[in-house]
Design a protein around this ligand. Structure first.
Ligand SMILES: Nc1ncnc2c1ncn2[C@@H]1O[C@H](COP(=O)(O)OP(=O)(O)OP(=O)(O)O)[C@@H](O)[C@H]1O
Length: 581
């Protein structure tokens, strides 16, 4: 929580003005009972109308001051707390941007969303309450005690009993609420996880008719959240009536004691003072009640703050080293030197002892059965993960020693699952460029064999793309993702099974156009189809994370059993021996 307070103190001006308004509001509230007792004790018994009006007028001014200051307190507390929320959200967003895949795998995406939204709102709401109460309540308590004592020491003694009872009650409630608070955030995480999965996989759920199963899954987490929230609310439900009971019991005791004084004691306290003491005691106890809200809100906010800090304190395992290289003399060279890689928490390596070199103008293809490590191999080049053994060099520099911006600036990646952002086609193709150039975007779209379908769409290049690219076909999405990589004019192209949704004709036309487009770049191509990779300068054949063959098609046909099996499972002998497919 300490770090969160630091973040709040960035709003110095709002906090300073808040302090002034709090002081004004407390002063006004403490002054009123003084004037009230004066009017009851002296002005009314003397029938002094002028004095009654003048004291009444002064009281009215204090009421106005109190109201104005309370409005100011609310405004400045809100300014600081909402600003705090905005800053923390931005910090989380910025931090998560630099997370490597390992951190994403560690936190779930839904948990990151809950932390960015719900957890920040929890802390923000707590801060708002804290700002309004933490300064006001102690001043009110101290001022109230002093003024009550000044009016009547004997009556004020009632506080010695009621205050500790109230404080003990609040502490017990806070203790009960604390574990429930943590659980509530966890349950909310689960609700987000199920909702997110359900919404992204809605087509699959429909196709498999699993709506009921999904509903049951959602109902379970939703019910758990409800049960936990009911428990939490029950605990909180005890608090207000409990505190009110203590408050009213104190008031009854005060009235009884004051009445006894007037009836039985020779030196009775004036009625005005009794009323003033009752008001001060009420103000003191109300302040403690408000402070108790802080105690109750604190555990949940502390849990949320902890969850936020976990995100902010996580150091990405993939980050720039000191003196990271930002310039390289040569361009477009990729080398794997005896690379072995194991996923965090995995038992066996996903890749073992992989070595190859790829130079500008060359196409390196990677083929193998599913799960053989093809995607893992290409994901290591932009450092989505760091290798444990061996090294990967780009332009002769170990990727761990190159700045991530430089490294990733060299790469045009088309991921296995083509993803499009919400926006227009032109915005998607020009994504990541400071000033996308229309001619460049059009050229990239043409190379990616997308020109016809883009221009046929209403709005053409300005046609909207909906969330995740849901309003274009799988093949169109792949081609736009390819166009996005081409528009970047990278030194290294990485296509991770990016042609799988294309028909054979488009696949062949696209590869041909790419060859002339990327003739000075290195192309690394993962594919399942032999026809896509047959003419590559180098083919790596992967099996269970190991490279079981490396060479051109003709060489591998002679030397690699696994490759031959893949080829004959897709092509006839005649097709396999042809130069072009
Ligand atoms: N994030 C991950 N954590 C742990 N293991 C993983 C992770 N991603 C992949 N793997 C495992 O690593 C191995 C290689 O996976 P990879 O995705 O590279 O295979 P692939 O050859 O690209 O498969 P496909 O052709 O089906 O896409 C598989 O056994 C897979 O289960």
């Amino acid at each position: 929580m300490k770090k969160m307070y630091k973040e709040l103190f960035l709003f110095k001006w709002a906090l300073l003005l808040l302090i002034l308004t709090v002081i004004g509001s407390v002063a006004a509230n403490l002054a009123l009972p003084m004037y009230l007792s004066e009017v009851i004790n002296t002005a009314i018994p003397a029938g002094d109308k002028v004095r009654i009006v003048s004291i009444g007028g002064t009281m009215l001014l204090f009421v106005l001051l109190g109201v104005l200051c309370s409005v100011g307190t609310g405004f400045f507390a809100s300014l600081a707390s909402v600003g705090f929320g905005r800053n923390v959200r931005s910090r989380i967003f910025r931090k998560v941007q630099y997370y490597s895949q390992t951190e994403f795998d560690g936190f779930s995406t839904s948990s990151l969303i809950t932390r960015t939204n719900n957890d920040v709102v929890q802390v923000q709401t707590f801060m708002n309450m804290l700002l309004k109460v933490c300064l006001m309540a102690p001043i009110m308590c101290i001022g109230g005690v002093v003024l009550a004592l000044a009016k009547s020491v004997t009556m004020s003694m009632i506080l010695i009993v009621s205050l500790p009872v109230m404080i003990a009650f609040v502490l017990i409630i806070a203790r009960l609420a604390s574990p429930l608070s943590r659980k509530m955030q966890e349950k909310l995480d689960e609700i987000n996880l199920v909702t997110r999965e359900k919404l992204t996989g809605i087509r699959v759920a429909r196709a498999f008719g699993t709506e009921q199963f999904e509903e049951e899954r959602f109902r379970r987490v939703n019910d758990e959240f409800m049960v936990n929230t009911v428990r939490m609310n029950s605990v909180m439900g005890i608090m207000i009536p409990g505190l009110s009971l203590i408050l009213y019991a104190t008031m009854v005791a005060l009235i009884a004691f004051g009445g006894y004084q007037i009836i039985n004691v020779h030196t009775a306290i004036p009625i005005g003072d009794i009323i003033a003491v009752i008001q001060y005691v009420m103000q003191i106890m109300m302040s403690v009640m408000m402070l108790s809200m802080i105690f109750v809100m604190y555990p949940r906010a502390a849990v949320s703050a902890g969850r936020i800090n976990e995100v902010l304190d996580t150091v990405p395992v993939v980050a720039d080293c000191d003196g990271a290289v930002t310039e390289t003399g040569i361009k477009g060279y990729v080398s794997f030197r005896d690379v072995t890689f194991t996923f965090p928490n995995a038992e066996a390596p996903a890749l073992e002892h992989i070595s190859f070199d790829s130079s500008p103008g060359e196409v390196t293809a990677v083929i193998g059965s599913t799960g053989s490590g093809k995607s893992t191999l290409v994901n290591l080049i932009p450092r989505f993960y760091d290798v444990q053994e061996g090294e990967i060099l780009v332009d002769g520099v170990n990727v761990k020693e190159m700045s991530l911006e430089t490294l990733r600036g060299k790469i045009g990646l088309v991921p296995q699952k083509a993803f499009l952002f919400r926006g227009t086609i032109a915005e998607n193709v020009g994504y990541g460029q400071e000033e996308p150039n229309q001619a460049n975007v059009e050229h990239a779209v043409m190379t990616a064999q997308s020109y016809d379908f883009v221009t046929a769409k209403e709005g053409g290049f300005d046609a909207p793309i909906s969330q995740g690219g849901a309003n274009v076909s799988g093949g169109q999405r792949q081609r736009l993702a390819i166009a996005r990589a081409i528009a970047r004019k990278p030194e290294i192209y990485i296509f991770d099974d990016s042609f799988s949704a294309l028909d054979y004709k488009t696949d062949a036309a696209l590869r041909k156009a790419l060859l002339s487009e990327a003739k000075e770049a290195t192309v690394i191509l993962v594919a399942q189809r032999v026809s896509t990779i047959k003419n590559a300068d180098r083919i790596l054949v992967l099996e269970d994370g190991r490279c079981v063959g490396q060479g051109r098609h003709e060489e591998l046909m002679k030397s690699c059993e696994v490759y031959r099996e893949i080829v004959y499972s897709q092509l006839t002998q005649e097709e396999a021996e042809k130069d072009e497919v």
